[in-house]
Structure formats: C-alpha cells, structure tokens
Design a protein around this ligand. Structure first.
Ligand SMILES: [Zn+2]
Length: 68
C-alpha cells in the first residue's frame, strides 16, 4: 500500500508517497520537509512529519491520502 501526501489547504498532491512497511513503530519520512508548489505563495510553510510513527501516520489517512 502506498500513502500519498497532499496539501491540507489546496488538497493538491505533493508528489510524495510513502510505502507502508507494516512496522507501526517505524518513524515515517524522518527529516523530510516539503513545500506546496501550488499555494506556497499564499501559505508559505515547510511541512514535515517529524517524529511520527507509522501507526500514528496511518490514523491520519483519508483513503490512501494524508493531508499535511
Ligand atoms: Zn497547497
């Protein structure tokens, strides 16, 4: 299963995917920061999933998407 990341403001894809490992204690996308190419001018911010485990990450999914 692959989870894709989307911007919570404009809901567009961030073109970042995460393949679920099955290890719920695994930290996901550690150290990765992203910016939204679509609405960065309106909402300048760097998104990251610092110290989130796969179990917590999967709770945030909507279908196979996570909005950050
Ligand atoms: Zn956006």
């Amino acid at each position: 299963m692959q989870i894709t990341l989307h911007c919570k403001y404009c809901r567009k894809s961030l073109h970042v995917g995460y393949i679920v490992t099955g290890n719920k204690d695994e930290k996901v996308l550690q150290g990765l920061t992203m910016t939204c190419p679509v609405c960065h001018n309106k909402h300048p911010r760097a998104m990251s999933l610092h110290n989130i485990t796969e179990g917590e990450f999967l709770k945030q999914t909507v279908g196979s998407k996570v909005f950050v």
